[in-house]
Write a protein that binds this ligand. Structure first.
Ligand code: NAP
Length: 281
């Protein structure tokens, strides 16, 4: 009889995650004897947990804040994407607890942008708010796909400077620049605005951009999906711009993780439907 396989999400906190819904729906649909669970872990529990995955029938993990970088030291193998971005969101557990690290955030974002929203980033100008893990994965992916310029804004100027420097070193066809103040950005030249900060998750959060900065021709993409409609997305709606929350990215990064773990094609419609049914605020 096939072993019952456990997959899951490690991070802290994880209780609001929608990943169990989509992955368990996919396992059910393909008749895979497996379950996706949430593993809220304290930092002092991380090493022991990762060292004993095979023993506990855990075959794969997603990784979220605050462990996307911390898990790197426990990996036996890293994908090119992980080496480039320096962060992990997917772990495949092979025999004898051999841990392989992947990052599907960048490719997940790109697939939703390119095939879901039909936006081709080639030759375009993007402004990314935030220079953390998700921003790194996305900016590297966009640079790889031929974006022309990447402006990066973060409250931590060291982070935005370093990310811009890193992109410029790796990609000759793309020009990255860090931004000190958003009021200095020529928004009329921006085709794509991405919020890759957590600002907007809480009701009382401010909006990092002002309405007059936006215009009809810009696509506004907020990585946040809960709430489904952030203040930033409301502004985009008011000016008549196209906009998207992060649910599409969640779906595609999850599909890529699912395929890494199971070597089977992820059932997109089933996973999408499971997310759609979630009661988001
Ligand atoms: P992260 O590594 O913590 O990066 C967030 C960055 O935003 C940090 O550099 C942070 O700086 C910066 N920041 C915070 N407040 C800011 C402000 N007021 N102005 C400018 N920059 C600010 O987090 P992450 O993993 O990249 O995630 C970012 C967001 O994307 C989260 O909301 C996460 O839930 C979402 N996300 C969504 C998906 C999806 O599938 N839809 C996937 C991944 C991530 P400090 O570190 O100095 O605070």
């Amino acid at each position: 009889m096939a072993t019952f396989r456990i997959y899951g999400l490690i991070g802290f906190p994880v209780k609001h995650s929608l990943s169990p819904l989509m992955h368990n729906a996919a396992f059910g649909c393909l008749g895979i004897k497996a379950e996706y669970r949430l593993f809220p872990l304290k930092e002092n529990e991380l090493k022991y947990f990762l060292m004993n995955l095979s023993k506990n029938n855990i075959f794969g993990l997603n990784v979220t804040i605050p462990y996307k970088e911390k898990v790197l030291e426990y990996l036996d193998w890293k994908s090119e994407e992980v080496k480039t971005v320096g962060a992990v969101n997917t772990i495949l557990v092979e025999r004898n607890n051999y841990l392989k690290g992947y990052n599907t955030d960048g490719i997940g974002f790109y697939h939703h942008l390119r095939y879901g929203l039909k936006f081709n980033p080639k030759g375009k100008n993007v402004l990314i708010l935030g220079a953390g893990g998700a921003s790194k994965a996305i900016s590297n992916q966009l640079a790889k796909k031929g974006i022309k310029t990447i402006l990066i804004y973060d409250i931590d100027k060291e982070k935005s400077k370093n990310l811009a420097k890193d992109i410029n070193l790796k990609f000759k066809s793309c020009k990255a620049e860090d931004v000190d103040f958003l009021k200095n950005v020529q928004f009329k030249d921006i085709d794509l605005l991405i919020n890759a900060t957590p600002v907007g998750m809480k009701k009382e959060d401010p909006c990092l951009v002002k309405k007059e900065m936006l215009h009809k021709g810009i696509l506004v993409y907020d990585l946040i999906y809960n709430p489904a409609q952030t203040k930033l997305l409301n502004l985009a709606k008011e000016v008549g711009a196209r906009f998207s929350n992060g649910l599409g990215m969640l779906l595609y990064q999850g599909m890529f993780s699912f395929e890494i773990w199971t070597k089977k094609r992820a059932p997109k419609e089933i996973m999408e439907e499971a997310l759609r049914k979630a009661n988001l605020g």
